[in-house]
Design a protein around this ligand. Structure first.
Ligand code: EPZ
Length: 434
């Protein structure tokens, strides 16, 4: 198992390009199940979670290939196994995104029920209830969800009890081939949902209202193949912008979309950062000591939970206190204890963290616990004095394409150390023996 080693304290400067968004690409890949022809994907990031989704589609019988221009082709015409096995779902919860499309296309599906995860219980009950409302019979047995709808899915009016991103995406895909109209109320408004709706429309689906909390899908008989484009990764973009700010530097992220990051940009501006935007770039730079600002995570267009750990790392070095409330997931403060080990002053009170700014952080061995917590630790390490070794970096590889390369472009001293190298240096971490 690899570690990332960072020598911190160097202000980052320069420009990097955003990758395609993981959380947009995953549902986009799942939509290929619905299409009667091959789908060609542009700007798919090379990430572990994307490989898992490709493996899952191949398991179902899809033909999955990259062409010489790095475009991904998925042809589901010969797919004949509407299943998602435990072995794949346990490594990536977003595998559940195939449930809606499989049921719409094959009228039956068997998908392993995702277990809990590091950041919370994360059930998929709202996905299942929506499919039931569309006429499916669902049972959960032996750890698997079995869904059947012999006469095909029927349009329904579904009101989500709570905003759910992949729940909205799953039901939107299911509704594309359903008979009649489906209304999704209290739908997620995330840019990734809009990206999926845009892609489905380009292939012949009839969808309106995406980007608002009411999405209307009028079922069509079939959708064709064609080109699908992934949006810029807004979470990755904001992570690199924060890397500039936390180190006292000046970073621009190109091929990004400022409109998708308004809540984040407002907060860093409020903290005292200089923010400049163009059509497809964002620049953030320090102009003096940043000040603490309070923040609550919220569904889009609120401040994203996927940036909470990174923002907290930034607030650790701000000139004042800040109160950070996590309202989406019940256990998304796993980075706090690690940040404290690096010298941060954070008090936890349930879902609230009170961060008192300190003048410096110091490098330490720390452990990544989930994808975004890891990103928070990388940011803290970039600002900290001395060496930080972050173990369990497979979490980072799930969501950050070429992270060391991109940070090096900005001037960071960062390297990946493999288990054997750690062993040679006599630094062998507990998790690496598992
Ligand atoms: C998506 O997860 C993202 N994943 C997450 O990104 C992100 O943190 C999350 O949305 C919130 O923005 C992908 O897009 C692949 P939810 P999702 O359903 O859809 C509860 C990352 O780091 N809920 O919007 O699984 C749930 O427990 C990841 O890239 C139910 O109770 O999240 C949570 O408290 C992590 N029942 C809340 O809703 C359900 O059926 C929001 O979760 C569904 C959700």
């Amino acid at each position: 198992m690899d570690s990332i080693v960072i020598h911190g304290g160097i202000p980052l400067h320069g420009s990097v390009e955003a990758s395609g968004a993981k959380n947009a690409a995953l549902p986009l890949l799942a939509l290929a199940i619905l299409a009667d022809e091959p789908v060609i994907y542009h700007r798919i990031p090379h990430l572990q979670d994307i490989s898992t989704m490709m493996t899952l589609l191949a398991y179902q019988g899809a033909d999955v290939t990259f062409d010489d221009q790095n475009r991904l082709h998925i042809d589901c015409r010969n797919a004949d196994k509407p299943e998602a096995p435990y072995e794949l779902v346990k490594t990536m919860r977003a595998s559940a995104l195939v449930l809606g499309p499989l049921l719409a296309k094959f009228r039956r599906a068997k998908v392993s029920l995702p277990g809990g995860c590091a950041i919370g219980a994360r059930p998929i009950d709202l996905h299942l209830r929506g499919l039931e409302a569309m006429g499916a019979t669902i049972s959960v047995e032996h750890g698997y969800v079995t869904a059947e709808v012999p006469d095909g899915l029927k349009g329904a009016h579904i009101v989500f009890e709570q905003v759910t991103v992949t729940g909205t995406e799953n039901l939107m895909m299911a509704a594309v081939l359903a008979e009649g109209e489906t209304i999704l109320d209290r739908a997620a408004r995330e840019p990734e949902v809009v990206n999926l709706a845009d892609a489905l429309r380009a292939l012949g689906a009839d969808i309106s209202g995406d980007g608002t909390d009411r999405i209307v899908v009028r079922g069509v008989k079939s959708i064709h193949g064609g080109d699908v484009f992934t949006i810029a990764d807004r979470i990755e973009t904001a992570t690199y912008l924060t890397a500039g700010l936390i180190t006292g530097g000046d970073v621009t992220v190109t091929r990004s979309n400022p409109a998708d990051l308004q809540a984040f940009l407002r907060k860093v501006e409020q903290a005292g950062a200089l923010v400049e935007i163009g059509d497809d770039w964002i620049r953030c730079a320090v102009q003096g000591q940043l000040q603490g600002v309070n923040m609550n995570t919220m569904p889009h267009p609120g401040f994203p939970t996927d940036l909470q750990a990174q923002f907290m790392a930034l607030m650790c070095l701000a000139g004042d206190s800040s109160i950070i409330r996590e309202t989406i997931f019940e256990n998304r403060f796993m980075h706090v204890q690690e940040l404290i080990r690096m010298g941060a002053n954070i008090q936890l009170d349930g879902h609230t963290a009170i961060v008192k700014g300190v003048s410096k952080l110091s490098g330490a061995p720390v452990m990544a616990t989930d994808l975004r917590a890891s990103a928070g630790l990388v940011l803290a390490a970039l600002a900290a004095e001395g060496e930080t070794v972050i173990s369990r970096v497979y979490h980072i590889d799930r969501g950050y394409e070429r992270i060391e390369e991109k940070l090096r472009i900005l001037g960071a001293h960062i390297e990946r150390r493999s288990e054997s190298e750690n062993f040679v240096r006599g630094v062998r971490f507990v998790d690496e023996q598992q």
